[in-house]
Design a protein around this ligand. Sequence first.
Ligand code: AOF
Ligand code: ZN
Length: 346
Amino acid sequence: MGEAEATTVTMWSEGEAEFMRRALEVAERGQGRVSPNPPVGCVLVKDGVAIAEGWHDHLGGLHAEQMAIHDAEARGVPTNGATAYVTLEPCNHFGRTPPCTESLLWAGIQRVVVAHPDPNPNVRGRGTDVLREAGLEVEVGLLRSEAAMQMRSFLHWCHQRRPWVTVKVAVDANGSVDDRSDVAGRFTSEGCLDEVHRLRQRCDAILVGSETVLRDNPSLTVRRVEHARQPIRVVLDGRGRIEQQATVLTDGGATMHLTGDVDLERLLDQLGDQEMQRLLVEGGPSTVHRFLEAGLVDEVLLVRSTVEHADPVPSGLDDDAFRSAGLEQHEPQAWGEERVDVWLRA
Ligand code: AOF
Ligand code: ZN
C-alpha cells in the first residue's frame, strides 16, 4: 500500500484530535534522544478519558505504545477495550524491542488511531495490516501533517537515505553576520543561546566551514542541556587552513576534518549511510551559500537580532536567496529576545 493511500477517510472529533495532540506533545520528550528512531507518543483512552500515556524516551528504551501499556498496568488500570492514539504506525518487527502490534493485542486494545504511517521498510503497512487482521479498528491520518513535521528528519531519511539539512544563521538588523570592528562575539540573547543548544542536541552532526573555525574557534558542542548527546562535527577545510590546535580538533570530541574538494552530495550520502538523520549547518555565509546553491537545504532558521553592527559583513542570506533555493517561509518563532524566520523546502 502506498503511503498516501494509507490515510483513512474518517472525520475525527475535536476531542479525538486533542488526544492525538497530547500524544504529539509527549513524543516531543524523545526529541534528540531517540535518533535514528523518530520521536513517538501514545495516549490510551477509555470511555472518553485518557488512562495512560507513553513515549519513546531514549534509543533502546520502550516504544511509545509499550510505555503507555506499562503506565496503565503500573497503576492497575485495565486497558481492555481502550483506544490507542499513536503518532506513528505501530511496529510489527523484532528490533531493539519486541513488536508493538503484539503488545497492543495482548493489552486488549480495540481501536488504534494513527497519525502517520511508518515508511521504515521493515515496518511499512504491516503494522496496521496485522492489527486489522486481528480484528482491531485501525484509522490512519489524524493530525498527519503535524506528525510529519515533528518527525520530518526521520521521514526524510527513510525516503532519501540522507540527513535533513537545517541551516541556522544569525544576522543583525541589516542582515550582517559579523562585525569586523569587534572581536568575534555573540550578538543574540541568552534565551536564544539556550535554543541554539537545544537545536544542536536534536541534530546528529554539525557542519561549519574553515572561516568559522578561524574566526570563532568554536567548540560546536551541546551545552545548557542535561544528558546531552554530542553530535559529530564536520569541518569543511578544502584549503587546509585550520590550525592543528583548533578546539574542534583537540577537545577529544568526534570531528570529521575534511581537507580537499568536498562533494556535498557525497558527504550527505556518507552521513546518511551512518544513519545521521539531521545535519545542522552553522555557517558562515559562504558555506551556507554552497548548500543553498546546490539545492541541498531543507530548512533555514534565520535568527534576527535588532543589534546593528558598526562594520557589517553582508551575508546575501535574504528572502531571494532562500526562495531560489526552493524554500518557502513559515510562521516565525521566538528564541529568547530574537525572532527566528523559518523557511522550509516547498
Ligand atoms: C513504534 N513505536 O515508539 C517507535 C517506533 O529497532 P527498534 O526497535 O528501535 O525500532 C525502530 C523502528 O521502529 C523505527 O525506525 C521506526 O520505524 C519504528 N519506531 N515504532 O511502534 C515507537 N519509536
Ligand atoms: Zn514499536
